[in-house]
Ligand binder design. Sequence first.
Ligand code: NAP
Ligand code: GFB
Length: 341
Amino acid sequence: HNPITSLPQSFPHHHYEQNMSHSVILVTGGSGLVGKAIEWVIENDPSDRYGKRDGEKWIFLTSKDGDLRDREATKAIFNKYKPTHVIHLAALVGGLFKNMKYKLDFLRENLLINDNVLHTAYEYKVKKVVSCLSTCVFPDKTSYPIDETMVHNGPPHESNFGYAHAKRMIDVQNKAYHEQYGCHFTSVIPTNVFGPYDNYSLEDSHVLPGLTHKCYLAKKNGTPFVVSGTGKPLRQFIYSRDLAKLFIWTLREYQEIDPIILSVGEKDEVSIKDVADAIVKAVGFTGHYSFDTTRADGQFKKTASNEKLMRLLPDFEFTPFDVAIQESVNWFLENYNTVRK
Ligand code: NAP
Ligand code: GFB
């Protein structure tokens, strides 16, 4: 595979492939759900399209490598690795209930992390940075499907306005670094992610790992399996290993500064009840579950369009939902003693 080093201007940008040989790709948040999926794809994908390429050095950070809320620790990391590219995943992350409890922490910690990483990337002349928003940052009052042009069109849902505003600022920062310094800083907008190495905390996790853990305990101990809320809200879920491939594609080929939604299509939207049923099947739970409607539903829906992605990558195939859930549940069961919970 001969990386194309220079392109005639007329070349359609979505075939653009920059010369990544002798690249040092730093992945902040490399030990998390998404980071571990990128590491898995880089190490295991047989194709040159997503797998590691000759001359590429991939570094997956954990918070033990340095606290990115601290400016000096961030500089020390960049000084040590001298990255040419950065995939910026590190963040204070959590599900609906954690977001509702710690809105200031989600706002402030993520603003600190993002400012440190982006400004240090600029100081160290990093060629390209791909950062991360989320479909939950979109306006609560909006038309559907939501697309990339609507990020700032109104206040986000109350339940996670701290996290949402911090994440929206990444898009503002990217535009400012590009206009003032010509930096190639861009971002992606994943929908809800699930997969191996997720956070299975019963209180603070996202719905899919939270219900996986609850269902496992109900099966093991015969305790009730309780789903929070009404089960009616709608969500799109992307398997972490599919998202990982799209992150690698974004780093290597996506040319815009504007964000791109990385999600399954609108037709793959499911209800929280559908998720509970899929988990019951994957765990092999034979009992029943109930809904605790005293707990919040959060945003009813945030249906996102993946039309821009499909236009650029028409042949991309997502792992079927039930296959991805089974793989994730199997990983959880095999690693129960060491998973984050
Ligand atoms: P995660 O599993 O919680 O991982 C978070 C990562 O960030 C971990 O590697 C963690 O390091 C690191 N980190 C956290 N605080 C840090 C700090 N102060 N200094 C240095 N490192 C720090 O999160 P994730 O689900 O993989 O999320 C990755 C990215 O995807 C985030 O930007 C998130 O906003 C975005 N995203 C996630 C979802 C989702 O559904 N999960 C959806 C949309 C977007 P340790 O392991 O050492 O703690
Ligand atoms: O993944 P989740 O916590 O976050 O999903 P969001 C919340 C939905 O699942 C609500 C229901 O409708 C909950 O009532 N649910 C049912 C549960 N059982 C559970 C459970 O055991 N745990 C959890 N967590 N939910 C988040 C944002 O919104 O989306 C974050 O708050 C982040 O900022 C994430 O961006 C991707 O999808 O509602």
